[in-house]
Design a protein around this ligand. Structure first.
Ligand SMILES: NC(=O)c1ccc[n+]([C@@H]2O[C@H](COP(=O)([O-])OP(=O)(O)OC[C@H]3O[C@@H](n4cnc5c(N)ncnc54)[C@H](OP(=O)(O)O)[C@@H]3O)[C@@H](O)[C@H]2O)c1
Length: 203
């Protein structure tokens, strides 16, 4: 059955990007180190339709490949869409639902990989689920995760913990308005460059 899952890379102190993130500084000051683990192994993992190839350790490659195969659609916020320059038109998961207040009309055309959602996260997840069918919907930005948690819509949380401290920046868990929530640990895989953790939200 289709699940709503979350996956991002986070510093040990809980940041998904450093300060001053923007179109010319995508992951913010010092934030590029978050993704070191994507390029420090010897197993190729093609992403974005083969447009980019990650090089990770064998255990990370298995986790990434299993994850990518399980995704049927993804949901991102507009800042990530802008800062990645729309991933050059090749989002890491497709179809890609972008939650925003303002639709970038240049990306609206027949066959666009993007669907822009202006009526909130619940609507974006509903549309993504419809597109994903039996596959999972993956949420990939902090603001989307926070809103989805507040709405009670998240089934599983996967976090790739990068072994460093960012100190300041964009926090993964912020603006939460939830009751204390039990999680069940469903994944814990350690490698020298990253620790993969997974939790099921107990409902
Ligand atoms: N570490 C990682 O694995 C990783 C992965 C991806 C991205 N990142 C980084 O994460 C940072 C971005 O994450 P973020 O959480 O700050 O921002 P985000 O989720 O990418 O985007 C937030 C924006 O999305 C729009 N939005 C969100 N909720 C909305 C709603 N309910 N209704 C309408 N619009 C809504 C708003 O933009 P508008 O008002 O402009 O429409 C809002 O400012 C960037 O630094 C990015 O590089 C890190």
């Amino acid at each position: 059955m289709s699940k709503v899952i979350f996956n991002m890379t986070v510093s040990l102190d809980g940041f998904v990007a450093g300060l001053n993130d923007g179109p010319e500084n995508g992951l913010g000051d010092g934030g590029d180190a978050l993704f070191n683990w994507y390029f420090s192994g010897d197993v190729d993992v093609p992403i974005a339709g083969g447009g980019m190839v990650l090089k990770v350790s064998a255990p990370s490659a298995k986790i990434l490949n299993d994850s990518f195969q399980s995704y049927g659609a993804g949901v991102w916020g507009r800042r990530t869409f802008d800062f990645t320059h729309a991933w050059g038109g090749h989002p890491p998961g497709s179809p890609a639902f972008i939650v925003t207040h303002n639709v970038p009309e240049e990306w609206v055309y027949d066959g666009s990989p993007f669907t822009f959602v202006t009526d909130g996260v619940e609507s974006a997840i509903r549309q993504a689920k419809q597109a994903a069918g039996d596959k999972n919907v993956v949420l990939c930005t902090a603001s989307i995760l926070q809103q989805a948690l507040n709405l009670g819509l998240v089934d599983e949380i996967y976090i790739d913990v990068a072994p460093f401290l960012l100190g300041k920046g964009v926090r993964l868990f912020d603006h939460l308005n939830i009751a204390p929530t039990q999680l069940e640990n469903i994944l814990a895989v350690n490698t020298p460059n990253v620790t993969h953790l997974g939790y099921r939200v107990v409902k």
